[in-house]
Write a protein that binds this ligand. Structure first.
Ligand code: AMP
Length: 283
């Protein structure tokens, strides 16, 4: 049976015992509404840690849009069943009060990283991510932290957080899991109706077009224009950004550079649902 923990104290005492007996702990933070993308992180964690703890917490602090927060899908029973089947050892399911006795006055800035792409469209988002991840790392004290490449900028933000605040944890990044038609798995996909679901493939279509053209040597300016035209021809889609950046620190680029990992990042509203995706390319 999976161990269900609802308080910080319960997690801390479990972790203390495990660490006393020399077990390594893998931690997979999530906001629930679990899908195969999350489960891939759990799989990866199981393969490289002795004990796997998953957290499910819809962090109010990282939502800049109240409607997005209120409509965030919650599927607790199904989540527990999936985690149990996948062999996760424990799940931390705190209430908002358990994490925030009061709304923190603290905010965290990442020296510009948090102002680009996602940060430009979601003010305060990465500060909220930084605060909740710091709190969770302090509670769980894991050896390994498993994150999805799907949220590429979040990976860069957490890498900076862990390095600059000296958290003693190793990051493990897991590739993006996709539907057969390329749509990246996301909890927000549950909010798409069938027409929107079809339209949502535009993100991956633009990303693969961009990858092919970049590798052929076409300029990013031309590729971006082509991407914008593709999105404009999809009536349910509205672009927020389409950018070429360095994979490691999300610096804007206008062309690919030899031996440097670059990524194409995209954010698009499909109807009222905001979706993001990215592809990394090494030439
Ligand atoms: P979330 O529940 O959206 O906060 O995601 C929890 C973790 O799962 C994050 O590290 C995400 O990057 C990761 N994740 C979400 N979707 C996917 C996916 N399609 N493939 C791989 N990892 C994912």
């Amino acid at each position: 049976m999976i161990n269900i923990l609802r308080t910080r104290e319960a997690v801390k005492s479990l972790v203390k015992n495990l660490q006393f007996s020399g077990k390594t702990i893998g931690f997979v933070p999530t906001m629930g509404a679990l899908h195969k993308g999350h489960l891939e992180l759990v799989k990866r964690a199981k393969s490289s840690s002795d004990f796997v703890i998953v957290s499910i917490f819809v962090n109010p602090l990282q939502f800049n849009n109240l409607e997005d927060f209120e409509k965030y899908p919650i599927t607790e029973n199904a989540d527990l069943k999936l985690l149990e089947e996948e062999g996760a050892d424990a799940v931390f399911l705190p209430s908002a009060e358990e994490i925030y006795a009061k709304r923190p006055l603290l905010s965290i800035a990442f020296g510009g990283l948090d102002e680009r792409l996602e940060g430009a469209f979601r003010p305060g988002h990465f500060s909220g991510v930084g605060i909740v991840v710091s709190k969770l790392l302090n509670i769980v004290n894991p050896d390994f932290l498993y994150l999805g490449q799907k949220d590429l900028q979040q990976v860069a933000v957490i890498r900076q957080l862990v390095s600059e605040l000296s958290f003693d944890v190793q990051l493990v990044i897991v590739p993006t899991q996709r539907e057969q038609d390329g749509l990246a798995l996301s909890s927000r996909n549950l909010r798409l109706n069938s027409e929107e679901r079809k339209a949502a493939t535009i993100l991956y279509r633009v990303l693969t077009m961009a990858e092919n053209e970049l590798l052929k040597g076409v300029s990013w300016f031309e590729i971006r224009e082509k991407g914008l035209r593709m999105i404009a021809s999809e009536p349910l889609a509205r672009l927020e950004y389409l950018e070429l950046v360095t994979t490691a620190d999300i610096q804007p680029l206008v062309q690919i550079e030899k031996d440097l990992s670059v990524s194409v990042c995209i954010a698009v509203y499909i109807g009222e649902v905001r979706l993001i995706d990215n592809l990394s390319i090494i030439s």
